[in-house]
Write a protein that binds this ligand. Structure first.
Ligand SMILES: *Cc1c(COP(=O)(O)O)cnc(C)c1O
Length: 332
């Protein structure tokens, strides 16, 4: 099996901002782009991206999930990084063009086409450490992906609760930008090696935030608890979709601060569940938390029924097996 996101369709849709306007988007080969070695992105990390999926339904149609949310976030990331302004309508047309091009090769569900819009500052200007790139590339890459849970959805994750470090600078948290992943990488690798955990759950000063690339949700009986939106963490589209579905199913959703102390206390409840949310997996169950050298089981440590139910309900909408009551799918 190939790793998630390591296979790319041979073409992508690209546009260039020349300092004044965007060029007409073109389908171009996806195996290389050309830029100056002094390009702004390579030195000062002027880069952001998105991740969303398109699904093949049994009637043969291909539908893109919550595209407008990802475009809005892409626009905001670009603004907060002082990259050239994204034209949302143009990006939307680029995503549709890229998906249309490869729609006939969309895998059957639970596979999908993973869509990766990317925006990078290209101005050759190493003197602009404190200035924005006046030019950029924006492109939409497509990667066919298989079943995230092909190894089974029953295995659970082990997370280290880290109170001292943070994932990224607090004012950068809601930007989907390369530098944030670079910042979380070495602490995560060290924790994997030394403590045999899967991810770090960053909890600066005891405030439960998120892992390197996924939001954290605590499910205690009929109540779902997750941090309220602020600047410090990434506002996941999956997080928002799961909260909406939880409310639809009659659950109580609490968007508020969650402390490490409360998390560990609630985890002792045998019915407690925890999960990571993101586009790749939807919901991945968390079974164990490590904190100050001690291990804590979440509930019974196994993948729980509410996590499975929420994931299935969202998958059913994405896959065309349940009615799309919130208008989340765009037909191409
Ligand atoms: C992409 C991402 C998420 C999940 O966002 P989705 O829109 O649900 O895919 C969560 N946290 C971080 C840091 C991310 O990069």
């Amino acid at each position: 099996m190939t790793a998630f996101g390591s296979v790319f369709m041979p073409e992508m849709v690209l546009t260039e901002f020349n300092g004044d306007k965007w060029s007409e988007p073109q389908l171009v080969p996806s195996d290389s782009i050309s830029m100056h070695p002094g390009a702004h992105v390579l030195h000062y990390a002027s880069t952001c991206f998105e991740g969303l999926k398109a699904f093949r339904h049994s009637d043969g149609s291909v539908k893109i999930f919550r595209m407008d949310c990802n475009i809005a976030r892409f626009k905001q990331s670009s603004e907060l990084l002082a990259l050239p302004p994204i034209d949302g309508e143009q990006t939307r047309a680029m995503i549709i063009q890229a998906v249309e091009r490869f729609a006939d090769q969309a895998p059957e569900v639970p596979g999908s086409l993973y869509i990766r819009p990317t925006h990078i500052g290209t101005e050759p200007a190493i003197g602009k450490a404190a200035g924005p790139s006046s030019t950029s590339y924006q492109y939409v890459l497509i990667s066919p992906v298989g079943d995230y849970f092909s190894g089974g959805a029953d295995s659970t994750l082990r997370l280290l609760l880290e109170e001292d470090g943070m994932r990224c600078a607090p004012h950068m948290g809601r930007i989907k930008s390369g530098g944030n992943y670079a910042s979380a990488l070495l602490p995560t690798l060290n924790a994997k090696r030394d403590l045999n955990v899967d991810q770090i759950l960053f909890c600066p000063n005891g405030d439960v935030q998120e892992t390197g690339a996924a939001n954290f949700l605590l499910i205690d009986g009929n109540t779902l608890i997750t941090k309220a939106l602020d600047e410090s963490f990434l506002h996941g589209v999956t997080r928002n979709s799961i909260l909406t579905i939880a409310r639809d199913l009659g659950m109580t959703v609490e968007e508020r601060d969650l402390s490490v102390a409360e998390l560990l206390e609630r985890s002792r409840n045998p019915n407690c569940e925890a999960a990571l949310s993101g586009t790749a997996a939807v919901l991945a169950p968390v079974g164990t938390l490590l904190h100050n050298g001690q291990e804590y089981q979440v509930g019974n440590g196994k993948a729980g029924p509410t996590t499975a139910k929420l994931r299935q309900t969202l998958n059913d909408i994405q896959w065309g097996l349940a009615e799309d009551t919130h208008g989340w799918l765009t037909c191409i």
